[in-house]
Design a protein around this ligand. Structure first.
Ligand SMILES: NC(=O)C1=CN([C@@H]2O[C@H](COP(=O)(O)OP(=O)(O)OC[C@H]3O[C@@H](n4cnc5c(N)ncnc54)[C@H](O)[C@@H]3O)[C@@H](O)[C@H]2O)C=CC1
Ligand SMILES: CC(C)CC(=O)C(=O)O
Ligand SMILES: [Mg+2]
Length: 370
């Protein structure tokens, strides 16, 4: 069976990290009959430079048609002054919206070898394995109106709108409960029902969904600000966290630092299963951005991108053994003390992006041969 992948490396460190995944795909095609067919397009600032849009219609169609999209990162100071509608980030938001990728899975796993790289005490993060399930196509990132109004008195008003409908909350809560059943069976739902109407509805719908279909799963509710505090106080209390688009964006960056670096966190963005084929539209991307401060220097950590490809193997192609092996390869390389600068520690060997990618591929090949 062929598997179509559409690669959108993007800007900054996106292409550098994607190059390391391309090597793994080439290896799997050559040595393991991977059957991947890859296409590639432009997104973000690189797409804007080429044709004035954050993603072209032709690349949107290719992304729609692919079994899975692999996405690097977009943005950077070069495009600070471009019109808001075509800023680099608009390309990613359009992909999420048009592919209806409502469920963003952001696992935060602290590899044993990296417990010292976290800004928290090692005992707080050792063995950490949490999953943030972030709603991705609703909320304040997409709600209308979204505008800057000139009030005519020398003042302007910036407006963003937080909107959630019942069905959007129900479906993301269901994803979180289903995933919890495959883990420690616990879900913590985070919103701000004390100050937001959308938070009140979120809380009600999650509670009803739980009662109706998932009462075997342990459910807890937490205000999102307190949730942020608990994430850095005692992160291991959590199993699955389900939350909205904005809180999920912020809380997953917080969770990233528990694992040692933003360069470690992968993500999967999934749509609903197709009624006929059961296939889900899917996009896999690291949680980090284009990191303009280190772009072009060859020092970016490619692990978040490589681990995103492992999620792609697992969720889009059901290649569970290969996904497990790729994740094990990452863990083994870290155990050997091979580190990019962002996760460097005493006694370890510092390498660049390419060397880290090579080390993981070599380990993956060796595990595959066993
Ligand atoms: N999914 C995406 O494409 C995202 C894009 N962005 C965009 O990226 C641009 C830069 O945003 P920032 O706020 O600086 O966030 P960022 O995630 O790009 O970088 C934050 C910090 O983490 C470091 N970092 C990130 N990834 C790393 C990696 N793989 N290896 C080593 N260090 C890493 C960076 O060097 C920087 O110091 C902005 O234009 C922003 O809009 C931000 C987040 C997500
Ligand atoms: C559109 C993105 C730049 C927003 C973001 O930071 C993210 O999804 O992690
Ligand atoms: Mg973010």
């Amino acid at each position: 069976m062929t598997k179509s992948l559409f690669l959108l490396p993007g800007d900054g460190i996106g292409p550098e990290a994607m190059a390391e995944v391309r090597k793994i795909i080439a290896y799997m095609n050559e040595k393991q009959d991977g059957g991947f067919i890859t296409g590639e397009g432009l997104v973000g600032g690189s797409a804007y430079d080429a044709h004035g849009q954050a993603i072209s219609e032709s690349d949107m169609s290719k992304a729609m048609a692919a079994d899975a999209v692999l996405f690097g990162a977009v943005g950077g100071p070069k495009w600070d002054a471009v019109p808001y509608e075509v800023r680099p980030e608009a390309g990613l938001l359009r992909l999420r919206k048009d592919l209806e990728l409502f469920a963003n899975l952001r696992p935060a796993i602290c590899y044993p070898a990296l417990a010292d790289a976290s800004s928290l005490k090692p005992e707080l993060v050792e063995g950490l394995d949490i999953l943030i399930v972030r709603e991705l196509t609703g909320g304040v990132y997409f709600g209308e109106p979204k505008e800057i109004i000139d009030l005519g008195n020398g003042q302007k008003r910036g407006v963003d709108t937080q909107v959630y409908d019942t069905y959007e909350i129900e479906r993301i809560a269901s994803v979180a409960f289903e995933l919890a059943r495959t883990r420690k069976n616990r879900v913590c739902s985070m919103e701000k029902r004390n100050v937001m109407k959308s938070g009140v509805l979120w809380n009600q719908v999650v509670t009803e969904t739980h009662k109706r279909s998932f009462s075997d799963v342990q459910l807890e509710h937490m205000l999102a600000d307190a949730g942020g505090m608990q994430l850095v106080r005692a992160p291991k209390q959590f199993d699955v966290i389900v939350t909205d688009n904005l809180f999920g964006d912020m809380l997953s960056d917080v969770a990233a630092m528990l694992t040692g670096s933003l360069g470690m966190l992968p993500s999967a963005s999934l749509g609903a299963p197709d009624g006929k084929t059961g296939k889900r539209k899917a996009l896999y991307e690291p949680v980090h951005g284009s990191a303009p401060d280190i772009a072009g220097k060859g020092v970016a950590n490619p692990i978040a991108m490589i681990a995103s490809f492992a999620m792609c193997l697992r969720y889009s192609f059901n290649m569970v053994a290969e996904a497990d092996r790729l994740e094990k390869a990452i863990a083994n390389v870290l155990d050997k003390g091979i580190r990019t600068g962002d996760i460097m520690a005493d006694g370890c060997r510092q390498v660049g992006t390419v060397e880290m990618g090579d080390a993981i591929l070599e380990e993956f090949a060796s595990l595959s041969a066993q």
